[in-house]
Write a protein that binds this ligand. Sequence first.
Ligand code: S3P
Length: 182
Amino acid sequence: MRIVLAGFMGTGKSAVGRRLAARRGLPFIDLDAWIEERAGMSVAEIFARDGEVRFRALEKEAVREVCRGSDAVIAAGGGTVLDDDNRVAFEKAGLLLCLVARPDAIAKRVGDSVETRPLLRGHPDLIARIRDLLAQRAPAYQRIARKIDTSDLSPDQVVERIEIEIESARTAAGRGAGGASA
Ligand code: S3P
């Protein structure tokens, strides 16, 4: 199966995704890395040279490709599901989960890598910037039914929660299939 982790920057998508993939014996795809490989530049360079609109177009293309590809654990970028087509594509392709976290937990995690994140860098008050973006994006993240708050959890604990979500999705799908055939 495909398991897609969405959610804001610093919610743990990549760290958790890597562990989950290893545990399930699935390949791990980091959508930003996928885009960087094809573009031959870093996300920060794409933003700087071609702008966010170009990055979002490349991101949309990457979503199409990974949704057509084989089973994997996929870590989306923080803004990927702001585009509703992307969210729907992920939902059709597999199990979509949204990782969420408090602004302070996010700030702590992205602290060292702010320079690689064009939407956060250069803002003197990091927490205020994170709060603003979270508020703008809340409606998009809320469209994803399955959410896990990672603020106070280690990556391995988040993996455990995801395993529970996978089981509950399976049970729900089984009930659906049983209901249809009854
Ligand atoms: C973005 C998040 C980043 C990357 C780009 C834009 C966003 O991914 O896709 O900088 O809009 O939130 P991560 O969430 O992996 O940092």
